[in-house]
Design a protein around this ligand. Structure first.
Ligand code: NAD
Length: 370
């Protein structure tokens, strides 16, 4: 198996699909070679020589890399010319964002490439090792808590000093999936008093298990398929906003992480709710790139509204590229092991396969792009 590792070119992207330590483990497998595009590890301080020492060959051009690969490992969908250079029957593996990246998916189909989108991996226990959404959400959640602490002009922990007592910051985390739970855990470690909220009832115990308070809004739960939240009605959103408003107003930091798969992120913090927060408070919106949980957030920007800082996340896992790539590389390596095992009916492979043999084989993607 010839595995290629592309140097990512999208603005803001600082991760690599396979860091040197993952390459070295892959190269130890029989009949496996790894080729890396020059400079692929630059943001993690991994040089071409580090990759050579791990057993990889280095090439300069993305097209040359693709044309010699059976499996091309990427973080984002590559440029169309790179997809076109892959041999027919080769696999393209990464966070391909298939519902939004129609051009890349059509190119994969038309060139006979088998595209696997890691976002589509079923959330089953056996799939945890290939679950890149979870590994990257963990990075984003951790980062969100640090951003909140950094923007807040106050301490997070309680201090009892000779110069007086400082009360701990109050942090509210909206959306308690993987990112939200990590934001809760990190804010707790920094000493804040933390509460969390989610529309899924299972989240309540998870929030409490981290030592945070679960905010009970007494609204109906919104459980969808596969353990995800379902899309919510305008009426539900209006009642949710009214119920959340006092909790948001009394928080020093609000971290929002709510998402619904394949949909625009739900609006949780309205302009009026930001206006009711104390000056100096902070909103950290991890969903800014997918529509925004906060009405005022813009991806990659920090705005200040009546003294309230609103930080919109953009490429957040890339802000910690060393460990984001390490975790992602472990996901890619585990996926490659499944490909090597060769059971194409395996539900992880079948569930994440978008194109194969010149057609769309994932029904939802086919319907969305038709
Ligand atoms: P996600 O990124 O899709 O969404 C983040 C959170 O936002 C979710 O908890 C969701 O319920 C919540 N949310 C949606 N709308 C909301 C609203 N209006 N108000 C408040 N919260 C709202 O979620 P995720 O982190 O990917 O996790 C989703 C599910 O998948 C969870 O049940 C999790 O336990 C499960 N999961 C399973 C596995 C596995 O078994 N391999 C791995 C990871 C996650």
């Amino acid at each position: 198996m010839r595995i290629g590792v592309l140097s990512e070119t999208r603005p803001g992207e600082r991760r690599v699909a396979l860091p040197p330590e993952a390459v070295s483990a892959l190269c130890a497998a029989p009949d496996t070679t790894v080729t890396v595009q020059s400079g692929a590890g630059r943001h993690l301080y991994a040089t071409d020589d580090d990759y050579r020492a791990a057993g990889a060959e280095i090439v300069d051009s993305a097209q040359q890399l693709a044309s010699g690969s059976d499996v091309l490992a990427v973080v984002n969908p590559p440029e169309l010319t790179v997809i076109a250079a892959l041999p027919a029957g080769a696999s393209l593996l990464g966070l391909l964002n298939p519902f939004q990246e129609a051009q890349a998916m059509l190119a994969a189909r038309d060139h006979g490439v088998t595209a696997y989108a890691l976002e589509l991996v079923p959330r089953i226990s056996r799939a945890q090792s290939v679950d890149a959404l979870s590994s990257q959400a963990l990075v984003a959640g951790y980062r969100a808590a640090l951003v909140g602490a950094q923007l807040l002009p106050r301490f997070f922990p309680l201090f009892m000093t000779a110069a007086g007592t400082i009360p701990p910051a109050r942090v509210l985390v909206l959306g308690a999936g993987v990112a939200g739970l990590q934001a809760i855990a990190t804010a707790r470690r920094l000493g804040a008093v933390v509460s969390g909220y989610d529309v899924r009832s299972a989240a309540a115990d998870e929030v409490r298990s981290l030592g945070a308070t679960f905010v009970e809004l007494h609204l109906e739960t919104q459980e969808g398929a596969g353990g995800y939240a379902k899309s919510q009605s305008a009426d539900f959103a209006a009642r949710q906003h009214a119920a959340l408003a006092p909790y948001v107003a009394e928080s020093d930091v609000v971290i929002t992480t709510a998402a619904i798969p394949g949909r625009t992120a739900p609006l949780l913090v309205t302009e009026e709710m930001v206006a009711a927060m104390r000056p100096g408070s902070v909103v950290v919106d991890l969903a800014a790139q997918s529509g925004g949980n906060c009405a005022l957030s813009k991806p990659g920007e920090t705005g200040v509204f009546n003294g309230v800082s609103v930080w919109g996340g953009a490429d957040v896992p890339s802000q910690l590229p060393v460990h984001a790539s390490k975790l992602y590389g472990a996901n890619i390596s585990a996926f490659v092991a499944l490909l090597r095992a060769g059971d194409m009916q395996d539900e992880i492979l079948a569930g994440s396969r978008v194109t194969e043999g010149g057609r769309f084989v994932h029904e939802a993607v086919r319907n969305a792009l038709a």
